[in-house]
Ligand binder design. Sequence first.
Ligand code: PLP
Length: 458
Amino acid sequence: MPEYIPEPFRIKMIEPIRLINREAREAALIEAGYNVFALKAEDIFIDMLTDSGTGAMSHFQWAAIMIGDESYAGARSYFRLAEVVKDIFGFQHFLPTHQGRAAEGILSTLLVKQGQYIPSNMHFDTTDANIRSRGGRPTNLVIEEAYDPSNLHPFKGNMDIEKLVKFIEETGAENIPFGMMTVTNNAGGGQPVSMENMRAVAKVYRSNQIPFFIDAARYAENAYFVKMREPGYEDKSPTEITRELFALADGMTMSAKKDAIVNIGGLLCMNDESLFQNARNELIMREGFPTYGGLAGRDLDAMAVGLREGLNEEYLKSRLGQTEYLNKGLLEAGVPVIQPAGGHAVYLDAGKLLPHLSHAEFPDQALVVELYREGGIRGVELGSVMFSYEDPDTGEMVYPDLELVRLAIPRRTYTQSHLDYIIKTVRKIITHADQIGGYKFTYAPQFLKHFTARFEPL
Ligand SMILES: Cc1ncc(COP(=O)(O)O)c(C=O)c1O
């Protein structure tokens, strides 16, 4: 396990945060319809809503921003980014997008037809929604161990190869426009995928002529897990491991707001020439000209620097050590958490902590609300609010197996004392867990419900 080493950086600019009092937090919750996405950021003490776009950029990145080239077409910033993307990921073609979901949207628009299936270890919510909105059916085929929060499998993000083979046989390769793998598996606890498993998945997809796309948001954390846990990789650098991993695929979608440590940005990469041409046309309609793709030139430069910084070994050691520290602290406090610790977040098992609440009473949402009420901490639910849906065949509600609450750690942003405060707050919550009530929707849209839903206590 990585140790929580002193951060390999020091602070030279600060952003004040404050803890408002309990009555003010209660009032803020009511105003927000008990949805923490609707809270004002200034009313939050420690914000663990997401690690997406919330990291602290380095002085090298801020310096790169100053040389951003804002030319509409052919900007220098684009070519600097193109060089780094090619060097790390190796694909023939790339398009910058403003976020990961824009890349997913373009890919789904071009490839998914009504009733088709897209297998993955586990789709993230935006990928899931983009596929569903085109009439497709995202299918999760992660190994069974992923559903057991206490199972210590070192690569709980792995695909179940037998399930994948059977699924393709039953579905028919012609009904699968592309297959995916999410590294690391955010929806399943930020758990990594082994190189061995990626090779096996790539082989199955290739033998069935199914194009293989990686959802690459946390490519660097995955590479460091491979280095730590997979025999044969201990002496390879995270960059070498990343190159080997992406050489197995035909393309990738990526949110650069995670391991590329930028506040905004995404990538869509592929080898196929005709798909690229179509994607470029889609990009022009939705995002912008292909050499900026919905971003400013300065964003492209910050990303080019961040992509390499995200692969720095000392940084990755401290980052994964931090996650491990929080996970261990919560576990020692008696909280059921997903084990082993994932890369970017800790995941509290709300279903186990609040066993008196059914899926339909949203135990995950109840815990999210309680974290804010008790300590001004913002987390996010990854359970029935986010993932339940009406089965298109039977019309019945389908609930996820796990009711999780994620505390995502922004990169290079919080220190050990912030993590200790979270552990202390959760210890307080445990003392009255059996009195915490459930929630129901007062409003919920069809897709991506969690962002804008409103709730009331049951
Ligand atoms: C695994 C994964 N894929 C895709 C996305 C979507 O990226 P974005 O938020 O940049 O649209 C996320 C974002 O959280 C993610 O974690």
